[in-house]
Design a protein around this ligand. Sequence first.
Ligand code: BES
Ligand code: ZN
Length: 624
Amino acid sequence: MKISPLKLLSFLTLVYLAFTQCGQNEVQSNKSSTILEMKRATDHHSYSRPEESVVKHLNWNASVDFSTRVISATATYDIESSDNAERIILDCVDLNILEVFVDGEAVNWELGPVAPFIGQPLSIPIKASSKQISVSYESSPEAGALLWVEGENPFLFTQSQAILARTWVPCQDSPGVRFTYEAHLDVPVGTMALMSAVNPTEQTSDGHYDFVMDQPIPSYLLALAVGNVEFRPIGEHTGVYAVPELIEAAEYEFSEMEDLLVAAEGLYGKYAWERYDLLVLPAAFPFGGMENPRLTFATPTIIAGDRSLVSLVAHELAHSWSGNLVTNATWDDFWLNEGFTVYFEQRIMEAVYGKEISEMLATLSYQGLVDEVDQIMDVNPDDTHLKLHLQNRDPDDGMTAIAYDKGYFFLRLLEETVGRDAFDAFLKAYFETHSFSVMDTDQFIAYLKENLLTNESLLNQVNMDAWIFGAGLPPNCPTVGSQRIERVDSVLSAWQAGTMPTESLPWNDWVYQERYRFLSNLNDDTSADRMKELDENWKISQTGNNEVLFAWLEQSIRSHYEPAYSRLEQFLVSIGRRKFLTPLYKAMKETNQSDMAMNIYTQARPSYHSVATGTMDELLGWEN
Ligand code: BES
Ligand code: ZN
């Protein structure tokens, strides 16, 4: 069969259009395919074309309505454009665009076709000389970033990373675009509004709040929370916000925040964001923490009563350098944010709590990494590369132990190869030289070659390519060892073999990392009787440490230990942190207890954030 070049061309065009999901919608099919094509080279999760016209400053005027779950806003942007600019493009998802002005004049804007995950381009005609655009719009009650809690204690929070900022503000939603912002908000009287900006410490009587963030940030760090919270100072530059019922517990739990900040500055240079405060969110928050500038958002599940889970604060604080100052250029470069942050977190933990604690944490993360690498290798080995391949996928898929822990071990290898002093000097200079700018993997490699791995022998020792572009864990992965963890492992073997009675376990001498290691390594066929003994002796199901409780509940599912099931249900209905939900629902599914999983999920789902339901719907085959 002979195919004419013309037919071949139109066939290829069709395949291309089907693939990019554009052209099927009535508006501007040819334009938006050009947009998609152009973005492919840079950030494939944004339609924006900052090289044509870019947002420099956002002035956001908004009012927050709990009864309709709608934010109504006018966003005014100062822009800068190239000489031949014809339009500016903003990303949006599910936004109801009402009116658009350019330098005060109404214009004909266009919304392009909807593509999965990335939403729609909002295209606004401008001239090269245009200075300001303004968009009036409403968010959807289903906006992916937002979680609304209604009732007597209303609460609203956002989670913008990775590409959900566009569900509540039309923006150039690419980590490579930075802008300053101000905001003027009306929220219900009796609540305080907080943002990733200079924040109030008292509620206003009229529900009006003004914000300024005069340091440029990428859109994924735009954040808003509204609720009846109070503020307590911790140190000179640190403090906590929480609802009245939790404020005292939070003040106690996070009383070491200033020490962490001082330690971090001692390692890699001055803190750039003036204040470091932390907001305790409702338990539906889908993450442990989110590094919103000046105000980390955190899950209440790290309030253990004994300050044992502060490594999470060290992590979010570390992002104030790795991520917030030096930002991954695209989500394929996510390891530059998270791998560096885990490394920095570990160094803060070592500086403040000593090597014994930080090595225990490293040992646990090594175990988690090895398990996860095994799992991912079975599905898609390419997903174990540090440099990810997220085109046409949800960037959320990149949130695995690879970016975090493979990234950490790569940096640890660099440290071990050149020595700590040289590596610290390198990192400090890296943050200084690149602050308030973006970094992609190739740029980092070039910087590394120029400033650290400056000869063949060092390059060979490290074998960067294997780490960054290769699958699995390279053989030169640093080894970690913790005597305390080794002791737990031998106690566990003795207990499983029946040579150590349950009442002789050194449970009360163990810190949470040791308890977690013990529980998460129990055999799946541990009998109900033995689970019962553990709980009777050590009151595990009553622990205030949610990491330990989580490990206990997961093991209970795997051992079919039914007395723990009511605690399990209570946990899943009240907590929305995805890191806990996924393994628990997965364990039910894998042990033929899917009915229980579905029953609990049906109850719990309405209170989860979209980030969590996205994952759980897929895991459990939930159909809307
Ligand atoms: N920035 C991340 C959270 C994130 C990543 C949200 C990607 C959305 C997309 C945050 O710093 C983080 O890593 N949180 C961890 C805690 C940490 C101690 C590993 C979490 O929430 O589990
Ligand atoms: Zn992080």
